[in-house]
Design a protein around this ligand. Structure first.
Ligand SMILES: [Zn+2]
Length: 135
């Protein structure tokens, strides 16, 4: 019970900070009040505490993602890159030496934008540690 009240307290504080989001006039299916807290994947009524899942928002077309290497060259799937510095591989004692070339890369979402093989190992790399090279 206490936990529940604390939770609502926190949620309400958020609502006060994000007035703009409340302007999108959703209403609570239970009490029809329009002070709705948006938690991303679910909505909560600030008035009665009813929670429900949000209708999937229309997907905005993701902005075309541009991945650039350390020199500002735009990378694409199938490019070959080479290390511009020695990188120690997480969780092993292997080091990718500067100049090591990759197999054709694949761009992926996330913090390490490049998925590829180097030295026979499948690795994820940050684009800022490589440069595009001719195959
Ligand atoms: Zn409600």
């Amino acid at each position: 019970m206490l936990e529940r009240r604390l939770h609502r307290g926190v949620a309400h504080a958020c609502a006060l900070l994000s007035d703009e989001r409340l302007m999108s006039k959703k209403t609570c299916p239970m009490c029809e009040m329009d002070e709705i807290l948006d938690h991303g994947d679910r909505l909560e009524c600030a008035t009665c505490g009813h929670e429900w899942t949000q209708d999937p928002a229309p997907e905005e077309a993701p902005a075309e993602r541009v991945v650039k290497d350390a020199h500002g060259n735009v990378l694409a799937d199938g490019d070959i890159v080479a290390m511009i510095k020695d990188i120690k591989l997480k969780g092993s004692s292997d080091v990718l030496k500067v100049g090591t070339k990759s197999r054709p890369i694949r761009l992926v979402d996330g913090d390490h934008e490049i998925s590829c093989k180097m030295d026979g190992m499948a690795i994820a790399l940050k684009a800022c540690f490589v440069k595009k090279v001719q195959p």
